[in-house]
Unconditional design. Sequence first.
Length: 271
Amino acid sequence: MSNASPARPKKFTVPRFLAAKAKKQKITMLTAYDYLSAKILDEAGLDCLLVGDTLGMVVQGKSTTLPVTVDEMIYHGEIVSRAVQRALIIVDMPFMSFHVSPAQALENAGRILKETGADAVKLEGGVNQAKTIEAIASADIPVMAHLGLKPQSVRALGGMGKIQRDEDQLIADALAAERAGAFGILLEMITAPIAQKITDTVTVPTIGIGSGPGCDGQVLVTPDMLGMNADFHPRFLKKYASFASEMTTAVQAYANDVREGAFPDESHSHS
Ligand code: KIV
């Protein structure tokens, strides 16, 4: 019998992320916020985990991502990093952590990388954030751009459902992000033909959510795809499980057992 510990899986690095596009290998990404879920997602073989600022909504129960802070992103980013061996970990830069100046953005991106152990950051913007993306990328901090539906712009756009659909602007944004040094571009809620065009135009991988099958990879918010929110049924979402109802059934079974004295029984007790 060998005492050797199991080999560590080969890390999905930024160069591997970039190479996937040339090899036409679809990139898999889900969001992660906590240790046990991140460990399961990593061991299931996902390429990338996004510590998204959606944590403001799905973890904290807030109505937008706006209140999320850099310290909260670092708190969750560090937890996820500790759980992960293989996946590329990307941490969102929250609202107002990169808007003041490229120097402020660089400082916060640096903090996120240093204090979480993550591999990269993501920020919302294209042409309007090109200087910021350039400042972060030139410090060798991998940075992903996020275009289309930009949840951090909810107040300016007048609602969550307002989506940037201007093809020329989207292509200009994608090209500006790539030129500035972004290693990838997340496309949220863009029509499938425009997402395909952007994917064919840029050399870095695109990751889509609600943007059709033409992107180089796909991302979903994990609690959404697991069916944790029974009342959330947007068209783009495919639910792969019904965790809300499974959890309700399990919790009710436990409560019934306790009320009826069926749990704990002898097999769950120390003699
Ligand atoms: O913050 C987030 O979870 C995102 C999603 C669009 C994937 O950016």
